[in-house]
Write a protein that binds this ligand. Structure first.
Ligand SMILES: *Cc1c(COP(=O)(O)O)cnc(C)c1O
Length: 400
């Protein structure tokens, strides 16, 4: 019996994608095996993170990197690093930033629920821009000059959410920030594929970039990557790690931590509550290397096979079916059902019926109000696409 059956908690057929509330993406057997093997021995965590730094630097082109407990944890550590630099006294104070420089500039239309992570470190957002395009009352998103006008001596970083279609372009934001000697933090949590994004934001000049490990990379659900400049990653690593150490005995790997630049041994920092274990580090590194080795083309073909089964099977439903992202290997190929005009509300009825069925089926409901139901193949197991087709066609037949 599987673990979930023993618990009496039903599993879900997941055509919604790598959502955290459904447990994230699937892990390959090699990833779980690496985690099991890593769990058998004790190891010095700083040395293991130093090794991770070299692997992550090699893949992203950044100077350094660490494995985090997810992209959100990476954002908290990023804000902490920008607030404290390498000062152990400031590290001890967070999230109390009274009297400290603590402003992070953010375009108003980049604000989102995940940015709690930056505020939790003690940073204060300075929102800029009048993105009246989003309100459909105008034409524009946030513009570079609006960001440029917000810098002052209290500014510690600029926060930028990659994939936000309102701009302004990252490279221009980086130029403005660097002219003020201020780093740029990029939330790239869900920006894979394409694989080229592993290097893109660093190439465009970002100082810290956070990715999720538990989405398309296929790592442990509670893992992520933070990569960036050597000093900021050192500051982030120090605030994440367990530092219950004795000064005379502390010999951290110089790859990650340069002891000579510290006024003293920092205590546990604000990131101690988002620690990563040796198992997550082993799993993430294994998954990351497999992700890179597979490449966009093979991954796209693997996902496309399931999306084709869905699209061709659902064609019998006699409503519009399309295959999205089939022609670009950089996209995730998905099948979509479009209910006709006037019957858009059938989408939410279908989604609810699938969710309440046995087995429960989760789909991408983002565009339900426009009558669209999307099927994402990333988390599907063999045979599940066929089950979804049968279930949807039966629902169509049974509907009054
Ligand atoms: C998923 C996501 C996160 C959080 O990533 P975790 O790895 O789950 O912590 C942050 N930002 C964005 C934009 C995301 O999509």
């Amino acid at each position: 019996m599987t673990f979930y059956a023993e618990c009496g908690v039903p599993t879900v057929i997941n055509a919604a994608g790598t959502l955290t509330r459904l447990g994230g993406g699937p892990m390959r057997a090699e990833v779980s095996e690496a985690m099991t093997a890593a769990a058998q021995s004790s190891v010095d965590l700083v040395s293991l993170q130093a090794h991770a730094s070299e692997v992550i630097a090699g893949i992203t082109g950044a100077e350094a990197g660490i494995v985090t407990a997810g992209a959100s944890a990476g954002l908290l550590l990023s804000a902490a690093a920008c607030l404290t630099g390498l000062d152990p006294a400031r590290m001890s104070r967070l999230p109390d930033t009274a009297g400290m420089a603590k402003e992070i500039i953010v375009a108003r239309d980049h604000r989102n629920g995940y940015d709690h992570a930056l505020r939790a470190a003690g940073a204060r957002f300075v929102e800029v821009g009048l993105p009246d395009r989003s309100a459909k009352a105008g034409l524009r998103g946030t513009e570079s000059w609006e960001i440029a006008a917000a810098f002052n001596e209290r500014t510690v970083a600029v926060f930028y959410v990659a994939g936000c279609d309102s701009g302004p372009a990252l490279a221009g934001v980086v130029d403005i920030a660097h002219a003020h000697s201020v780093p740029v933090i990029v939330d790239a949590a869900a920006q894979l594929p394409p694989q080229s994004n592993l290097v893109r934001f660093i190439e465009e000049g970002a100082d810290l970039v956070a990715f999720s490990g538990g989405k398309a990379i296929g790592g442990p659900q509670a893992s992520g990557i933070l990569c960036g400049t050597r000093d900021l990653i050192m500051a982030a690593a120090l605030q994440q790690m367990d530092l219950d150490v004795i000064d005379e005995l502390w010999e951290p790997s110089a790859v990650l931590i340069d002891r000579n630049r510290l006024a003293g041994v920092p205590r546990h920092g604000i990131g101690r509550s988002c620690k990563v274990g040796k198992e997550e580090i082993a799993g993430l590194l294994t998954a990351l290397q497999l992700f890179v080795a597979e490449g966009d083309e093979n991954r796209h073909a693997r996902w496309l096979a399931d999306s084709r089964i869905l699209a061709s099977g659902l064609a019998a439903a006699k409503i519009e079916v399309s295959l999205l992202g089939a022609d670009t290997v950089e996209a995730i190929p998905k099948a979509a059902l479009q209910f006709p005009r006037g019957r858009e509300s059938a989408a939410i009825d279908l989604i609810r019926a699938l969710q309440d069925g046995e087995p429960s089926i989760a789909v991408d409901a983002t565009d339900h109000s426009r009558g669209i139901v999307v099927f994402n193949p990333i988390c599907l197991k063999p045979g599940e696409a066929e089950t979804i087709v049968r279930t949807v066609l039966q629902w169509m037949l049974d509907r009054p």
